[in-house]
Design a protein around this ligand. Structure first.
Ligand code: ZN
Length: 325
């Protein structure tokens, strides 16, 4: 089977759940993650290894990782804020760890209770753990507030660039850029990812975009133009934004996959199965709003997956019915 053109990395079970007050049961998380993997998602950020007193939604992180590891072919990602979390995630068996390092000093101090310099030192400690570990695992960093910050406003682009280079030189496998609170615009996204790819080459990571102000998919297209091939997204845009009522959180996985496939970029994902996975979330969290356009409008008549257009085997499942308006 050909490798898809774009890796869609699902972050709903981590980013989505940590942004809402309600907890999802461990069993529902398992069902959700299985449904996502069955739809063809190959990488899922399943949990965050943070102290349960800070995020009770993530108290079952080790159990969620253990269950996700049973899904064949799935890369199991865990967010870790520090070395302590990294040890726990490695003990649980996560394939890859992702650490947030904030470009904004104020955001770093509030979120991680560390200066950006201390956050980079913490990454170095996790890299040392990786280098001593008998079991191989990946270490990624997402530079949060890379495009702007609710506390500081503008974030200096050259500062982000230097931070990314420092992290790659320290030995981080890939460094991505995160629009944590929906500040990015397409011109900025294109420019900053071009710089990232020029500076880091193979260590340039993916785009973590939020749709807080409706720029999410426009920013995806800009990142594609810069050469980005990995995108984070959340099923139903779960999580919303506490500062902007009615605004979705992460870009919506279903809409992202539809955009990419319509543009002729293979994701390996089946949209009918992905849309069906929304039912698992709706059943477990009936009061949480789920976002997305494809779920309302359905697939347009005549839609073909990129792999179908390229003459590769079509997905086994039928397309969901779409309206023709
Ligand atoms: Zn996020």
């Amino acid at each position: 089977m050909a490798t898809p053109d774009i890796l869609v990395s699902e972050v709903g079970p981590r980013d989505g759940l940590q942004s809402i007050a309600r907890s999802m049961s461990t069993g529902a998380k398992h069902r959700w993650i299985r449904a996502l993997a069955a739809a063809g998602l190959r990488e899922i950020e399943v949990a965050s290894f943070v102290p349960p007193r800070l995020l009770p939604q993530m108290a079952d992180a080790a159990a969620v990782v253990a269950e996700a590891l049973r899904i064949p072919g799935l890369t199991v990602l865990a967010l870790v804020p520090n070395l302590h979390g990294a040890r726990a995630a490695v003990a649980a068996g996560a394939h890859k760890l992702t650490l947030p390092v904030s470009a904004s000093r104020a955001h770093s101090e509030r979120n991680l209770r560390k200066s950006p310099e201390e956050a980079v030192e913490e990454v170095r400690r996790v890299l040392a753990l990786r280098d001593q570990s008998p079991r191989a695992f990946g270490v990624e960093v997402g530079i949060s507030t890379a495009f702007g910050c609710t506390l500081e406003g503008r974030v200096d682009e050259d500062h982000v660039r230097r931070l990314a280079v420092a992290l790659a030189e320290a030995g981080v496998d890939s460094v991505g850029l995160s629009d944590t609170t929906g500040y990015a615009n397409p011109a900025q996204v294109r420019r900053m990812f071009r710089h990232l790819i020029a500076d880091l080459g193979e260590r340039a990571g993916g785009a973590h975009l939020h749709n807080t102000r409706g720029q999410g998919l426009a920013n995806v297209v800009a990142a594609l133009e810069a050469g980005v091939t990995t995108f984070d997204a959340s099923l139903g845009g779960l999580g919303g934004c506490p500062y902007a009522p009615g605004a979705s959180g992460n870009i919506v996985t279903e809409d992202l996959v539809f955009l990419l496939e319509s543009m002729g970029l293979d994701t390996g994902v089946d949209l009918a199965a992905l849309l069906a996975a929304r039912d698992v979330v709706r059943g477990a969290l009936p009061d949480e709003p789920l976002y997305g356009h494809l779920s309302d409008a359905g697939l347009p008549r005549g839609f073909r997956y990129a792999r179908e257009r390229a003459g590769r085997p079509a997905p086994a499942r039928p397309h969901p019915a779409g309206r023709d308006a």
